[in-house]
Design a protein around this ligand. Structure first.
Ligand code: ATP
Ligand code: MG
Length: 356
C-alpha cells in the first residue's frame, strides 16, 4: 500500500520525537511491505523564522496532498514576545481551522509497567482504557457574542454557547463509529438539567444512538462525570462531549495515566484528512538533549495507521512493541526514578527492534 504522510515536526522536542517516529514508521513499512512517502512542512517558530508566517501556504499544500498529518509541537521562549499573529501557536490554530479538525480524540490507557506513575491508587487505574472525544470547533469557545457589555448601566459580560445541530451530530457520529470498534459503550456527557444546548445534545445523541443498535448509549451529567473519572475510571469506553466540558475532562483524564510523555491524540476532520500529535508541547527545557519521551508521538502514529490508513495490524504491532520496551524496564528520564535512563533515539531503536 502506498500512502503519503505529511510531517510537521515544529519546534523544540517536536523535531526529536517526530524524527524517531518516522524511523519507526519506516520500519513498519518494511515489515508489512508498504510504501510511505514522507513530505515535510514548516509550522510554528521555525516557519516564522524561515517564512515570516507560522503557517505558510506551502505547508497547507503539503497537508492537503497527504493521506494523514503528523505534528510534533510548536512554540518556545524565542517567540514569546512576538506580536499575536507571529506566535507559533497561531500556526496550529490556523491549521485546525483550515482543515476543519472538529473532533479531538484522546485515548487514556494505563500501561501495566507504569501503574506507579499515576497519582491514583494502582487498583483504580489498572486496566483503564477509554477515549475522550471532544468537540473542537464550536461551543462556548467560538459563540458570538463574547464580550463585555453595558447592562442597564452595570458592567456585565456575555459568552455564547452556540452549536448547529449538524455540528453536534457529526461529533456524536464520530464517537459511535469509534465505539463500534471498541467495547461498544458511549457515555455522552452534558448538563441537560440546566442547559438548553445540552438538551439538544441529548436529543441528537439519542437519534444518532438509534442508528447504532449494538452500541450502548449512556448520558451523564458533567459534574458526575468529573467525579466518576476519579472514582471508577474503568467504567468508561468512549466519552463524548462538547468543547469546554471536553477540555476540562480530558486534562483530568490524562492524569489517570500520570505521564505527559505517553499520551497521544488525534484531531479528525469531516474531509477525512486527520492530524495526529502528542498531547505534550515543545518542552523547551529539555529540547536538543535527546532525552524527550517519543512514545506519545509513536502512539499517535499508531492511531494514524489505524484511523487514517486502515492498517489495524500495523497499529497493533507498534502498540505491542511499545509495551514490550516498557516491560523490559527501559525508560526515558521523565519515567525513570533517577539513575540510568534511555535517550529518545535509544527508545526509538528498541521499539523498532521490538517490531521484528
Ligand atoms: P504547550 O503549551 O505547548 O502545551 P506546555 O506548557 O504544556 O506546552 P510542555 O512542553 O508539554 O508544556 O512541557 C511540560 C513539562 O513536561 C516540561 O517540563 C517538559 O519538559 C515535560 N515534557 C513534555 N513532554 C515531554 C516528553 N515527551 N518527554 C519528557 N518530558 C516532557
Ligand atoms: Mg500544554
Amino acid at each position: 500500500m502506498k500512502k503519503t504522510i505529511a510531517l510537521l515536526p515544529g519546534d523544540g522536542i517536536g523535531k526529536e520525537v517526530v524524527d524517531v517516529t518516522v524511523e519507526v514508521l519506516k520500519s513498519v513499512a518494511e515489515h508489512f511491505n508498504h510504501q510511505f512517502q514522507f513530505n515535510y512542512g514548516l509550522i510554528g517558530g521555525d516557519a516564522i523564522d524561515q517564512k515570516g508566517n507560522p503557517l505558510p501556504e506551502e505547508t497547507l499544500e503539503v497537508c492537503r496532498n497527504a493521506d494523514a498529518i503528523i505534528l510534533g509541537a510548536v512554540g518556545g521562549p524565542k517567540w514569546d514576545q512576538n506580536p499575536v499573529e507571529l506566535r507559533p501557536e497561531r500556526g496550529l490554530l490556523a491549521l485546525r481551522k483550515e482543515l476543519d479538525l472538529f473532533a479531538n480524540l484522546r485515548p487514556v490507557k494505563t500501561f501495566e509497567s507504569l501503574l506507579d506513575s499515576s497519582p491514583l491508587k494502582k487498583e483504580y487505574v489498572e486496566g483503564v482504557d477509554f477515549v475522550i472525544v471532544r468537540e473542537l470547533t464550536g461551543g462556548l469557545y467560538f459563540g458570538k457574542p463574547s464580550e463585555r457589555i453595558d447592562y442597564n448601566g452595570e458592567e456585565a459580560v456575555v459568552d455564547t454557547l452556540f452549536y448547529k445541530r449538524a455540528e453536534i451530530e457529526r461529533i456524536l457520529v464520530s464517537a459511535f463509529e469509534i465505539a463500534k470498534t471498541r467495547r461498544k459503550h458511549v457515555t455522552s456527557v452534558d448538563k441537560a438539567n440546566v442547559l438548553e444546548s445540552s438538551r439538544l445534545w441529548r436529543e441528537v445523541a439519542e437519534e444518532v444512538g438509534a442508528r447504532y443498535p449494538d452500541v450502548v448509549l449512556e448520558h451523564m451529567l458533567v459534574d458526575n462525570a468529573a467525579m466518576q473519572l476519579i472514582r471508577s475510571p474503568k467504567q468508561f469506553d468512549v466519552i463524548v462531549t462538547e468543547n469546554m466540558f471536553g477540555d476540562i475532562l480530558s486534562d483530568e483524564g490524562s492524569m489517570i495515566t500520570g505521564s505527559l510523555g505517553m499520551l497521544s491524540s488525534a484531531s479528525l476532520s469531516s474531509s477525512g484528512l486527520h492530524l495526529y500529535e502528542p498531547v505534550h508541547g515543545s518542552a523547551p527545557d529539555i529540547a536538543g538533549k535527546n532525552i524527550a519521551n517519543p512514545i506519545a508521538t509513536i502512539l499517535s502514529a499508531a492511531m494514524m495507521l489505524r484511523q487514517s490508513l486502515g492498517l489495524e495490524e500495523e497499529a497493533k504491532a507498534i502498540e505491542k512493541a511499545v509495551d514490550n520496551v516498557l516491560n523490559s524496564g527501559l525508560r526515558t528520564a521523565d519515567l525513570a526514578d533517577g539513575g540510568k535512563f534511555a535517550t529518545t533515539t535509544e527508545i526509538g531503536e528498541e521499539i523498532k527492534n521490538a517490531l521484528a
